[in-house]
Write a protein that binds this ligand. Structure first.
Ligand SMILES: Nc1ncnc2c1ncn2[C@@H]1O[C@H](COP(=O)(O)OP(=O)(O)OP(=O)(O)O)[C@@H](O)[C@H]1O
Ligand SMILES: [Mg+2]
Length: 283
């Protein structure tokens, strides 16, 4: 038996923008861990440092200090060269994949690119894997030859997810991945993510503004304010005994406990709509 080791362990993470006396500390000593197959929700008001953490996890940013241990290996101090073989393990799904999807490439090419990088040699094999992924995320075969501008927001998000999956990641960092979508489309994408997790044991760090989604998707939640973690724990316990005003708002707008097990799209649609109303009322 090996000792229990979380898939991701972040220790005393500090991230500053700028240098010297102009440095701004966006993340200030954050520590958390995520087990394999688990979803950790990260919530907190705008500007508290959520996206900064997400960017550090995929190493779009280099931390000022602290550790990012993936399976025990610290990614924080690594050079781009050292990171290359590890990059596929952590993938990111962005809020608007439109910006991150090349508008001139077909969906099949977009998804096949990471498959090729993984070392799958023949073009026809790459196309086959891409087609299977596009099917898996619920898009029709006719999507293969179409380009991003021809898709709806929800469809583009599915392509973004298929592309992320093409690297065969262990951890998916979703930064407001469903926030720009209509409520019903949002529910469908969340359902897809939860199905994928059940099938493959994927691990998620799920950053969201939508307080209603938190309870449905994650057993554990981390609440941030001004670059620090102000509360962290089991979502249910956190919502039952919120210490922070933000968490209290989270509780007021969160889903009913009866909807905890399995996401039923229709229920989720209703819940997200209700949470939006509650959010507006509590501001
Ligand atoms: N490139 C940058 N240079 C300087 N400051 C930045 C940069 N990016 C973000 N910041 C600042 O760092 C802080 C954290 O930003 P971040 O984008 O991580 O917040 P967030 O929690 O993701 O907010 P939101 O919910 O609005 O997306 C903010 O004060 C922001 O203004
Ligand atoms: Mg953000």
């Amino acid at each position: 038996m090996t000792a229990h080791q979380p898939l991701l362990e972040v220790k005393d993470l500090v991230i500053e923008y700028g240098h010297g006396e102009h440095a701004f500390r966006a993340v200030d000593g954050v520590s958390f861990s995520v087990d394999r197959g688990e979803t950790l929700a990260v919530v907190g008001e705008s500007g508290c440092g959520k996206s900064t953490i997400a960017k550090a996890l995929v190493r779009l940013l280099k931390p000022t200090a602290g550790q990012i241990l993936l399976d025990g290996t610290d990614l924080a101090p690594m050079s781009q060269g050292q990171l290359r073989p590890l990059r596929s393990k952590i993938q990111m799904v962005f809020q608007d994949p439109y910006g991150s999807l090349d508008p001139h490439m077909t969906a099949q090419e977009i998804v096949a690119e990471p498959v090729a990088l993984r070392g799958t040699r023949s073009k026809s094999e790459q196309r086959k894997v891409a087609a299977a992924l596009i099917d898996r995320v619920g898009l029709p075969a006719t999507a293969l030859e179409r380009k991003p501008p021809e898709f709806s927001g929800g469809q583009r998000q599915r392509i973004g997810i298929a592309r992320a999956l093409a690297s065969n990641p262990e951890l998916l960092v979703c930064d407001e991945a469903t926030s720009a979508l209509d409520v019903s489309v949002q529910a469908q994408v969340l359902e897809l993510l939860s199905e994928l997790q059940a099938e493959t044991g994927l691990t998620y760090v799920f950053i969201t503004h939508n307080l209603g989604v938190v309870r449905a998707i994650s057993k554990r939640t981390l609440v941030m304010r001004s670059g620090r973690i102000v509360e962290q724990g089991y979502t249910e316990e956190l919502l039952a005994r919120p210490r922070e005003e933000y968490t209290r708002r989270l509780r007021r707008s969160a889903l009913e406990p009866s909807m905890m097990s399995g996401i039923k799209p229709r229920d989720l649609v209703r819940a997200i709509a209700a949470s939006r109303t509650a959010e507006k009322e509590s501001v």
